[in-house]
Design a protein around this ligand. Structure first.
Ligand SMILES: Cc1ncc(COP(=O)(O)O)c(C=O)c1O
Length: 388
């Protein structure tokens, strides 16, 4: 049975070009990039070339502003914990949203235990914050604002440019988690006045356990991982040069044209699924907005009356991989904090929703298989309930 993979927001397969690049670098460039002899210098060159590709991809002013990390979680943890500690003399207030990834929310909870005050901006039923709420929350003692570029469970996008404009003359540093948005949107840290930005390679057909934290020149904080002087003392640990090279290869594939094409293609995919389920009489609703202005690769569906667990298990039996929420929430029975923030803890949507997410290798045939499988499962379960 061919596995149909519709969980690209959780992770993506590596592209053949990334695999080839990494295989080559693992076989041939094994030197420690911090050493001074030839093999080390060779690894250093590969690392710095990768850093340049990545800096260019977000219009960073300099490649020095890119810190390689182990991925989105480490970038987020660093941006939150290290900057809060570094800036606490200026204030202890932080602003975020209620629907950030746990890699943001968990370090914030820890900071609250230490006496920091965190404002969690609420979202509407489309998963959007209000700029008025943001302006009302901003205070003189706000030291950090962390607002994701796009949400991983429902795809809602945040007004990053407007927030950057508001903050450019404020002391607060502006961090955005762009882990889901990086592969799709045109990201420009200078245009949007972003001070820090997190990404992760495995969401864009790159390898796992590598990502970067962009930090604007002048945004300084001590390293979260302490030890050697790698990454100019901003992240200790022997550099994973093949992963950096693989990451850069994945980034190079994401030209502005490719991103624009993907946005249109994935938006068409969303509509295709919605039209197919509607035509088959499935009782469902979209969680969030179908609007093309949201992250086009994420589609969250409430299949009315069927628990997420039952639907996911039945789809798995049919060879279809989808998520019940974010990857980290999927294995647990914890309700989605994103859907809870959008619809309230009592909404049936919390226990009856699925997330589909599209990627480079998703085809319309995959979507048709999903539509047919859901239709069959719904019909069968309805029938079973009726004969009971
Ligand atoms: C929005 C967002 N932030 C952070 C992360 C964590 O990234 P990583 O898996 O690279 O640690 C994820 C992963 O699901 C994500 O979707």
């Amino acid at each position: 049975m061919k596995e149909i993979y519709l969980d690209n927001a959780a992770t993506t397969p590596m592209s053949p070009a990334v695999l080839a690049e990494m295989t080559d670098k693992m076989a041939n460039v094994f030197g420690n990039a911090s050493t001074l002899y030839g093999l080390g210098r060779e690894a250093h060159t590969v690392m710095e070339n990768s850093r340049q590709v990545i800096a260019d991809s977000i219009n960073a002013a300099s490649d020095d502003e890119i810190i390689f990390t182990s991925g989105g979680s480490e970038s987020d943890n660093t941006a939150i914990t290290q900057t809060a500690h570094a800036r606490q003399k200026l204030g202890k207030h932080i602003i975020t949203t209620a629907i950030e990834h746990k890699a943001i929310l968990e370090p914030l909870r820890a900071l609250e235990q230490e006496g920091f005050e965190v404002t969690y901006l609420p979202v509407d039923q489309q998963g959007h914050i209000s700029l008025d709420d943001f302006k009302a929350a901003l205070r003189d003692d706000t030291i950090l604002v962390s607002i994701m570029t796009g949400n991983n469970e429902v795809g809602s996008r945040m007004p990053i440019h407007e927030i950057g404009e508001i903050l450019k003359d404020h002391q607060a540093w502006f961090h955005t988690d762009a882990v889901q948005a990086y592969g799709l949107l045109d990201i420009d840290v200078q245009r949007d006045h972003i001070d820090m930005l997190s990404t992760s390679a495995h969401k864009i057909n790159g390898p796992k356990m590598i990502g970067f934290l962009y930090r604007r020149e002048g945004v300084n904080f001590p390293s979260l991982v302490k030890g050697g002087d790698q990454e100019e003392k901003r992240r200790a640990g022997t550099e994973n040069v093949p992963a950096m090279a693989g990451f850069a290869t994945a980034v190079q594939a994401l030209t502005p044209e490719v991103k624009a094409k993907r946005q249109a293609k994935y938006q068409g995919f969303k509509q295709h699924v919605v039209d197919g389920l509607t035509a088959n009489g499935v009782d469902f609703a979209v969680n969030g907005s179908l609007d093309g202005e949201n992250l086009n690769h994420v589609l969250n569906l409430w299949i009315k009356g069927i628990s997420t667990y039952v639907m996911q298990t039945n789809l798995d039996l049919a060879g279809i991989a989808v998520s019940g929420g974010s990857a980290c929430t999927a294995g647990s029975i914890e309700p989605s904090h994103v859907l809870t923030a959008m619809f309230g803890a009592d909404s049936p949507r919390i226990g009856e929703s699925l997330r589909l997410s599209f990627g480079t290798y998703t085809t319309e045939a995959d979507l048709d298989a999903f539509i047919q499988a859901v239709t069959k499962i719904v019909t069968r379960l309805k029938h079973t309930n009726e004969v009971k």
